[in-house]
Structure formats: C-alpha cells, structure tokens
Design a protein around this ligand. Structure first.
Ligand code: GP9
Ligand code: MN
Length: 430
C-alpha cells in the first residue's frame, strides 16, 4: 500500500548521493553501449597462463587515458544470475531472495527502468542484443516491461551448430552481426549486448582459440581461461568495428561482469594459480572472488582506476549521472560510484556484506587487509551492527517493492508508465 511506498521513498531519498561535478553530464547525448561480460571475474584482468595474458585487450583498455574502471566492484546476484545482474543494472533495485525476478515478476510488474527513463527524458532509442533464445530468463516479456523498444534475440543471428555454443551464437560472430543492426538504430541510442560464450561449461574449440590449457585437475577452470580469452579477442574486434563504423566517437561504452564463472567449491583448485594454498582458502577468499569488472570508455572521458567499493546496484545512478540525467525522482537502492556521498557498503543477496575495511559473512568478521577473522571490539561491533541493519533494510524494502509491485503506486514526475502491450519485437528489423 501507499505507506509501504512512503517507507521506500524515505529510504531512497535519504540515501541518494548527488552527482560528482567532475563527471556529471560528461557523456550527455552520447550513445550508450553496454556490454554484458558473461561470468567474467575481476581476477582475470592481468592474469597469465603459461606467461600469456588471458585478457590482453581489456588489460590495455583499462590503462587507456579515456577508460574509467573500478577494481573493488562486486556482483550482487542471487539465483537469478544473469537476469539478476540485468535487473539491478536496468532498475536500480535488487533481485529476489530466491529465484529470478525477471522470470517470476518480469511480465506483470511495473518498472521504471533505464530504457524507459532515457527514452522519455533524453530522447534515446533503445535496443538489446542477445544471440540466444529470447525466452531465456523470460527476457522476451521482461524487456518490454523495462521499455526496450527492440530486442534482437537469437532469431536475428546465425544459428548453425558450428556457429554457436550452449547459450547462443559465438561472441565474435555475435559482435559482427550486431554492429550491422546497431548502425541502423536512431541516435542517440541506449543499447545492451549480452555475450554468452564465456559461460559454464566454458567450452571453445581449438579452431576458435589457441589459448593454452591451464593444466589444473579441473577442466572447468582450464576452459574458463580459454573462453575468457576468446571473449577478450571478440571485444577487441568489436571496438575495431565501432571505430570503423564511426559510432565509437559518439558513444559511451560500459562493460561489466555479471557474476562468477568459477564457483566457490572450485576455488581451492584455482588457489595455487592465485598464489594461495588450497588448505588456507576461506569464506573470506570466496567473497573476494565476487569482484567483477566495471569499465567505462569514451573519447574524452577522464580515466583512471578507482578503488571505491561498490556493486551492481550502484551502476544505474552512476550511468545516469554521466549522461546528465537526474536519478533523484526514481526508486534506486544504489548510489553513484563517483559521488563523494556514495555508500561503500556492498550487500550480497544473502545479507552478507563487504565494506572497504571488513568482510562480514554470517557472524564472522574478516579484516580485508589481511583476510584474518577478527573478534570486533564493542565499538566496531556496534558499527557493523548498524551496517548490517542498513543492508537488511535495503534488501527488505527492495523485496517489498518487487513482491507487492509497489511502483504502480508511484509515478515519478514526468514519467509515463510503460504499457508492454504497445511493444512488438517481431518488427525490430523494420
Ligand atoms: C543465457 C545467459 C546465461 O541467455 O544469459 O544466463 P546465466 O546462466 O548466466 O544466468
Ligand atoms: Mn550469467
């Protein structure tokens, strides 16, 4: 009811962080190209197998003077995996405690999401590209609720068996076809490309990559470096397409990893490659492995590697502020990563959390600097209890918004609610 909505607004308005004047509006009017890096963890950057970089392209990109990236950025997904990441990035609200919000509520709930906001407030056309089944994670319905005008799903891409892996067309082929559709979009456009090759079981043929096998006892880990290397090479090709098509200089490119590729139970096997002892591996180390990349690149962007702590919930206000769009009227649970007022407490979906100094897992507290479990003194205990309370409050309020479909009671000023029935994806090519 409306009193619950008032509680939500009270939280999001109090928690709001104002834009950083050095970055506010620097990408105003640019096309937005979001690249979803499937299962891509931060530790892959600058990692070597047999002396070879796994991600030579991304490694050089993060050093570019026009690249802004974050190296303490965490995924916050639950069981909805890819769809939870998409949900957080598009809506600024959390996924659900169990299952996938896209799957259970994506068709019928009211959303105030990035495609609708940017279309209505800044004249963006909107499109999403995914070279797999359109019904996966209920995207074919949810994308309409988010306000996406076009959805180029697997039907728009080559699908012969030698052109695909388990979840869709191979990334290199996908980018090659996508650029042709993208060139035809009305500018400025807000777009998202979902890659799929770097997905469990991480298989890529020798004819598609010559990257070496890491030689661990776990074929999943060995494959992960190969498919990640393939994705990196695909990104290099895509940037070349963007440059030759002329789109590059009119676009802000944002890349993010959605969640882990290597699950916690496999981490002890990976440990020696990270210079650690398998027997010393702890829940703290598992939490550290939840870092994923967040990278912005744009001609003229003031670059650098930021060490700010944050997570997927924080991306939407960050992006909106870069585009010069006010995020304040919307219900968003994260804060602009570039703002001096940004909240650096990162909530995991299971209510564990990370701050710049501590990692809290259940009732265990670890010191980030050393990884050791500590017994907090009274004042630290009180501070962490306060942080935990805020984490719980944010997750619970977000759950209430979702489960009670509260946004139908709140129409931000100037926002036109989306009617999914008015959107038709069979005509995306016309
Ligand atoms: C499939 C892809 C995978 O379309 O997005 O989703 P995931 O298994 O990572 O949630
Ligand atoms: Mn995924």
């Amino acid at each position: 009811d409306s009193s619950e909505m008032d509680q939500v607004l009270n939280y999001t308005r109090t928690h709001y962080a104002a834009p950083n004047i050095d970055y506010a509006g620097v990408a105003k009017g640019k096309n937005v190209i979001i690249i979803h890096l499937e299962s891509f963890q931060q530790f892959l950057l600058n990692f070597k197998v047999d002396g070879q970089e796994v991600t030579p392209f991304l490694n050089s990109l993060v050093k570019d003077k026009n690249t802004l990236s974050f190296d303490n950025f965490y995924n916050q997904v639950g069981a909805g995996k890819t769809s939870d990441a998409e949900n957080m990035l598009e809506t600024g609200t959390y996924g659900l405690e169990a299952g996938s919000l896209f799957a259970s509520l994506g068709t019928d709930n009211t959303f105030e999401a990035a495609p609708a906001i940017l279309n209505q407030t800044a004249g963006y056309s909107t499109a999403v590209f995914h070279g797999g089944a359109g019904s996966f994670w209920n995207r074919n319905n949810t994308y309409k609720s988010l306000g996406y005008q076009s959805f180029f799903d697997g039907d728009y891409y080559a699908q012969n068996s030698d052109q695909t892996t388990d979840y869709g067309i191979k990334d290199k082929l996908m980018f090659g076809e996508t650029i042709k559709y993208m060139e035809r979009l009305q500018q400025p456009f807000y777009s998202k490309i979902i890659t799929t090759t770097n997905h469990y079981p991480f298989y890529i043929a020798d004819t598609d990559t010559d990257f070496p096998d890491a030689g661990t006892s776990d074929a999943t880990i060995n494959g992960y470096f190969r498919t990640a290397h393939y994705l990196d090479a695909a990104l290099k090709e895509f940037f070349a397409y963007l440059k030759s098509s002329g789109l590059y200089k009119h676009s802000l490119i944002m890349m993010y990893g959605d969640h882990y590729g290597i699950s916690n139970d496999r981490n002890p096997t990976l440990a020696p490659l990270l210079g650690k002892n398998a027997k010393d591996w702890t829940s703290f180390d598992d939490a550290q492995m939840q870092r994923v990349p967040l990278i912005f690149n744009m001609d003229g962007l003031k670059g650098g590697i930021k060490h700010t702590y944050g997570g997927e919930i924080d991306v939407l206000p960050t992006l909106m502020h870069l585009l010069g769009v006010n995020s304040k009227p919307y219900v968003q649970f994260g804060t602009d990563l570039l703002s001096a007022e940004h909240d650096q407490t990162v909530a995991f979906r299971n209510h564990n959390f990370v701050t710049p100094r501590y990692t809290v897992i259940g009732n265990k507290v670890y010191l980030n600097q050393t990884g050791e479990a500590i017994t907090p003194n009274a004042s630290l205990k009180a501070q962490l209890a306060q942080d935990q309370k805020q984490v719980n409050q944010a997750l619970d309020l977000s759950d209430t918004v979702a489960s009670k479909n509260l946004l139908r009671f709140y129409v931000p000023k100037g926002f036109q609610p989306i009617d999914p029935a008015n959107i038709d994806y069979t005509a995306s090519l016309s």
